[in-house]
Design a protein around this ligand. Structure first.
Ligand code: PLP
Length: 371
């Protein structure tokens, strides 16, 4: 009998490779003969410590993290990091309080980040594409950076709006070497990143890495130890680093699943190989959308996200029919974010090329029927 493949185009949380879910299911009750589920293990016991060490090692290798950066496994998600970033960096360089930080506003997530930062200091919105409904990334030449901000923050992939930086901005010269801080939640490990260009990279795990509950932070060592006195200990990067991410009980099961995803990614050839696949997937989808008048995308072609592809039917009245037809064909969760409308296809690492091919075939079929 033919079993229809299911392709999940959800923006998150967590779309994971089938092989990883199968392995997790197989060892759910008894991890490698230990007689325990990973959930039941002491986080300081040798079994979990080996899981943690492997996950840290594999992430550092996959993401090519230089030796002078710490990798932290935290909790609270990227939204908590929106506060944790200013709490850890506004004290940098002995700045008088409230210090200033610069933000580039390219969509819903960077807007959230800068609003949170206003609770702790002055925020200079150095550039914003809000006037163009976040359909592009403001040209680097137009950024009005501060002379000496505590840091410069950006969101390198806007999950809701569908814009992604296709360049790494250099801000050092104008900002007295302010560190670049990036929210990479929704495209981390989907493409090769030169970590050395950033001071801090953070992200919730629940797109390309694993289940919600784990937050990754990669921070350059010289940026540790500048936290404001009010910074909670569990959110103080230096304390977390000094305790090897074990200051508080870490999200052990989420770390374990993330570790399985890292192993899977290595089997796939690593991040560079994954990036080539992600380019192929995104190109296939955008090329079809561009070739058709029945569907539209609103994002400038030089900053389209390879991970999150918002698109619209020319006739909104067909949205429900489109979605129910998609579901019948095993193409799930294509409805767009409520703030943007239309459709959104999220095509993270775990989405195979076949899934995008199935989506494009359905786009064609639906257009033929209704166009
Ligand atoms: N930043 C980006 C780019 C996101 O896609 C998300 C979505 O989950 C968040 C921040 C919020 O992360 P969390 O819900 O893990 O706090």
């Amino acid at each position: 009998t033919f079993i229809m493949p299911i392709y999940n185009f959800s923006a998150g949380p967590a779309v994971l490779p089938k092989e990883v879910l199968q392995q997790a299911a197989a060892e759910m009750l008894d991890w490698q003969g230990s007689g325990m589920s990973v959930m039941e293990m002491s986080h300081r016991g040798k079994e979990f410590m080996s899981i943690l060490a492997a996950a840290q090692h594999d992430f550092r290798e996959l993401f090519a993290v230089p030796d002078n950066y710490k990798l932290l496994f935290m909790q609270g998600g990227a939204i908590a990091e929106n506060a944790i970033v200013p709490l850890n960096l506004l004290g940098r360089g002995g700045r008088a309080q409230p210090a200033t930080s610069d933000y580039i506003n390219t969509g819903s997530w960077s807007t959230k980040s800068l609003k949170e930062a206003r609770r702790y200091g002055n925020v200079n919105v150095a550039a914003s594409s809000e006037d163009s409904h976040f359909a592009q990334i403001p040209e680097r030449d137009s950024w009005q950076l501060s002379k000496d901000p505590a840091y410069v923050h950006l969101c390198t992939n806007e999950t809701i709006d569908g814009v992604e930086y296709q360049f790494t901005p250099d801000v050092a010269a104008e900002t007295n070497n302010a560190p670049l801080v990036a929210d990479m939640s929704s495209h981390i490990l989907s493409r090769v990143v030169d970590v050395s260009k950033y001071g801090v990279i953070y992200g919730g795990a629940q797109k390309n890495i694993g289940p919600a509950g784990l937050t990754l932070v990669v921070v350059r060592e010289d940026l540790l130890g500048h936290a404001l006195p009010a910074c909670p200990s569990a959110f103080n990067w230096k304390i977390v680093a000094d305790n090897d991410s074990m200051y508080n009980t870490p999200p052990t099961y989420a770390i374990y699943i993330a570790g399985l995803v890292f192993q899977w990614l290595k089997q796939q050839g690593g991040v560079a190989a994954m990036e080539q696949r992600n380019i192929a997937k995104a190109t296939l989808l955008y090329d079809y959308l561009d070739s058709s008048d029945f569907y539209r995308t609103k994002i400038a072609s030089n900053c389209r996200s390879r991970m999150n592809v918002p698109f619209f039917l020319a006739d909104d009245a067909l949205n429900d029919a489109f979605l129910s037809g998609a579901k019948e064909r095993g193409l799930l969760q294509l409805k767009g974010h409520k703030s943007v409308g239309g459709m959104r296809a999220s095509i993270y690492n775990a989405m195979p090329l076949e899934g995008v091919q199935a989506l494009v075939a359905y786009l064609q079929e639906f257009e033929k029927q209704r166009g």
